[in-house]
Every structure is written in C-alpha cells, then in structure tokens.
Design a protein around this ligand. Structure first.
Ligand SMILES: *Cc1c(COP(=O)(O)O)cnc(C)c1O
Length: 223
C-alpha cells in the first residue's frame, strides 16, 4: 500500500463521517502523525497535500524540521518537558499538550511570538493518559489570562483504546461540552474554537462529535 492510497481512503471516510454529521470537509483538518516514520515518508504525505504534521518527541521533530521546515505546519502532540521547551517552541505552529502552569511559565519565557495551544484534557479513566482532569480545566485556563505568549485555541484529548464505541464517543462529547463552557466565558486569549480529537481507530466518531483537527498516524503512513 502507498501513502497516496492511504490518503485517498482516509479522505473518503472523512467525507462520509462529515455527511453523517452535517459537517463539511473544510471543517476538519488532518494532522499526519509522522512520529514513527522517516523524513521521506513525511515528504510523501506533504506530496498528498497534507501539510499539517504531528510529532511527539523533540529530537525526531527537529530532524524533520531541519529538512522540511516551513513546507509543513508543525504540531507538537506529545508531553513536553519544561527543560526542552526552548528547543522547539519557536519552531512549532501548534502545541497540543499544554497541561500545567510550569509549562505555561516556560513558554511565556521562551516564545518569541504567540503560540497556538490546545489544553490537553483527560477524558478517560485510563491511567496512562496525560492531561488535566475535566474539572480542573476552567480554572487552569482562567489562570492563563496574563500570559502574552499563549493563545488557547482549543482542547485536545485522547480516547481510550477500546472496542467500546460508546465509551469513546462519551469522551469526545465531554470535551465538546467543556469547549462550549469555555467559549461562553468569552476570553480573548482563549477563543477555544478548535477540538483536537480522533486518531486512526476513532476519527469518524470524533468527527461526528465535532473534531476540527484529527491526528492520524498508522492509518496514513503505514504502507
Ligand atoms: C501517536 C499519536 C497519534 C496517532 O495515533 P494513531 O493511532 O497511529 O493514529 C495521535 N495523537 C497522539 C497524541 C499520538 O501520540
């Protein structure tokens, strides 16, 4: 299988999910998660007109960034250690894993422009999942008011890896509900118009529940 074929198949499935939920293709941006593939494969993805790329570790990101640079928009989707912020913050376009004040402080100190951030939220009970608990998010965002380098453009979550589609759907609904609550606060620094949710095994459910960015690895780049 080729990347081109994967992309075509995925686009068909996205189209169908959009139709099922009265949304349009333009509402949903694909982020190709290239964390497990080489630079050549990342370039193939760009060749298919997917220009948003996601990486979750600092060194592999920098290696790709050096080659590809501004031919892609870069999404950092992994947990980011505070001490590594300075290596990536001025190279990336989006951060999907804002989850603590110490990280916000370091971004404020290191960023040379406003950074588009997603606050990462834990919507499942799986122990391994990162992010703030649902009930912590409003206070966390409220406390970002004076951070000039942080714009909270949305929320991000990972659903549990399970066959139980209702459990997955429930995670996405909770994120959507929280988004509405934050939007009603009308904060200029936290427009919160975006939802980063949905991966290879659950992106159609995410689209039906309002995802605006879906993060696809395996299904796009595995040949
Ligand atoms: C790896 C990863 C993805 C992509 O996962 P797939 O199941 O391969 O699509 C999406 N989001 C995050 C945060 C990831 O770490």
């Amino acid at each position: 299988v080729t990347v081109a074929r994967n992309v075509a198949d995925v686009r068909t499935r996205i189209q169908r999910a959009c139709e099922n939920s009265n949304r349009t293709l333009q509402d949903v941006t694909i982020i190709a998660v290239t964390k497990n593939v080489d630079i050549e494969t990342a370039k193939e993805v760009i060749g298919e007109e997917i220009v948003h790329l996601g990486e979750n570790r600092v060194e592999p990101f920098l290696a790709k960034y050096e080659e590809i640079g501004n031919n892609a928009s870069w999404h950092f989707i992994g947990s980011l250690q505070t001490r590594k912020v300075k290596h990536v913050i001025n190279e990336i376009d989006y951060l999907h894993s804002l989850d603590r004040m110490s990280l916000a402080d370091e971004i404020e100190k290191r960023a040379e422009r406003k950074i588009k951030c997603f606050v990462q939220v834990k919507t499942s009970t799986e122990e391994t999942k990162q992010g703030l608990n649902l009930e912590e998010v409003v206070d966390f965002i409220a406390s970002l008011a004076c951070y000039e380098k942080i714009e909270v453009i949305g929320l991000m979550t990972m659903a549990p890896f399970t066959e139980e589609t209702e459990e997955i759907r429930n995670c996405f609904r909770q994120l959507k509900h929280l988004q509405e609550k934050i939007q009603s606060m009308d904060l200029t620094y936290a427009p919160c118009t975006e939802l980063s949710m949905g991966m290879s095994n659950d992106f159609e459910i995410a689209i039906e529940e309002g995802a605006t960015f879906i993060r696809l690895g395996t299904i796009l780049v595995e040949k």
